[in-house]
Design a protein around this ligand. Structure first.
Ligand SMILES: Nc1ncnc2c1ncn2[C@@H]1O[C@H](COP(=O)(O)OP(=O)(O)OP(=O)(O)O)[C@@H](O)[C@H]1O
Ligand SMILES: [Mg+2]
Length: 347
């Protein structure tokens, strides 16, 4: 958020987008009401996503990391409009889709943005054969007019995700975990999307299968020109696949950098702590970083701290951090960070 002055209008925000930006998220908030009592009165809000802004370029992979409950999934689901965002803009190819009604969303983004989930079963009907499950979205969007065309498209897709086209008549339970995730990916790709949001897509898989699925996602990106938002709590997995990495803490994006800089020299104290927990061997062979153990507990997203949300646990806390929200600003070329250690706030 701007510290001073009036906030730019949605038109100004849209005009500020670069031409290679596929997705421009501006000040996105998703607050869930907390209801209590017989009357189910709203007594507070879970601020699952609280003022997040970032851009995704066509063809890149943005990794989103952060501890459980920091709002990664909620952010993904808000972008795809599974939720009604509380506030903010979501520019997709220059159009703000944050408040569009379903009938306008359907032709515009329902096909173009797809999600891959941790549990592929969630998006597969156990009583339907693979062919039938994958042709359903095609029918409902009126794509690939007749049965043969649909079948042809699905067989091609199965081949693309590394499954034998003959499995088209099989049912979800007949597949292993890794194969099921290949089906989950096929399900996400069946409508020829441009942007795929993968939410913990490999987290439930064995390490060797994880690597196969990540390689598959990379191949598919190259072949189909896809753009990815890859959400994971696993920093090592994200390091492998992402071009840029965003770090979330308590509903906020606290740092966004190209992968190399972020892992080599994290700027935000929270990123430093998060990375210190994973052992990394540096080029000269030396073990990297001392483990930083954060003090205190993770605050509740229903009553996040004032000022910088991280100040209650930050080893470098200054008095201003308790009251002044740090702007999410460019601290070095291509690196954004929300922290008072980097530059003075605008007053
Ligand atoms: N539908 C919902 N209604 C109310 N609160 C929710 C809802 N979905 C998520 N939350 C809350 O919002 C916060 C963020 O949750 P979210 O699932 O987005 O986190 P996450 O970063 O994806 O965590 P994980 O790594 O465990 O998947 C949590 O406090 C969670 O309890
Ligand atoms: Mg999640």
């Amino acid at each position: 958020m701007n510290g001073i002055g009036t906030a730019p209008s949605p038109e100004e925000l849209r005009d500020g987008l670069r031409s290679d930006t596929l997705l421009g998220v501006r000040n996105l908030k998703m607050h869930f009401p907390i209801k209590a009592g017989v009357l189910q009165r709203v007594v507070g809000h879970v601020k699952a996503v609280d003022d997040v802004s970032f851009d995704v370029k066509k063809g890149e992979t943005i990794g989103i990391v952060g501890e459980s409950g920091c709002g990664k999934s909620t952010m993904g689901r808000s972008i795809i409009r599974l939720y009604e965002p509380t506030a903010g803009e979501i520019f997709y190819n220059g159009t703000d889709i944050a408040k569009l009604p379903e009938r306008e969303l359907r032709p515009l983004i329902r096909r173009k943005i797809q999600m891959v989930f941790q549990d592929p079963n969630a998006s597969l009907n156990p009583r339907k054969s693979l062919g039938s499950a994958l042709s359903e979205p095609l029918r409902s969007h009126g794509l690939y007019g007749n049965k043969q065309e649909r079948q042809g498209h699905i067989e091609e897709l199965l081949d693309l995700v590394g499954l034998h086209p003959s499995v088209i008549n099989n049912y979800p339970h007949e597949f292993s975990g890794g194969q099921r995730q290949r089906i989950g990916i096929a399900r996400a790709l069946v409508l020829d999307p441009e942007l795929v949001i993968a939410d913990e897509a490999v987290s439930a898989l064995d390490v060797s299968v994880q690597a196969q699925i990540i390689n598959l996602l990379e191949d598919l990106q190259e072949k189909l020109g896809l753009t990815y938002i890859f959400i994971s709590h696993d920093l090592s997995v994200v390091r492998h696949i992402a071009d840029r990495v965003g770090v979330m803490y308590l509903g906020n994006l606290v740092e966004l950098s190209d992968k190399e800089s972020l892992y080599e020299e994290p700027l935000h104290p929270y990123t430093q702590a998060l990375l210190s927990a994973i052992p990394v061997i540096k080029k000269d062979g030396a073990q990297q970083r001392e483990r930083i153990v954060l003090k205190g507990d993770l605050p509740s997203p229903s009553s996040p701290p004032q000022g910088c949300v991280f100040h209650t646990r930050c080893p470098y806390k200054m008095p201003m951090c308790e009251t002044v929200v740090p702007e999410f600003r460019e601290a070095a070329p291509g690196r954004q960070v929300a922290c008072h250690l980097y530059g003075e706030p605008p007053f």
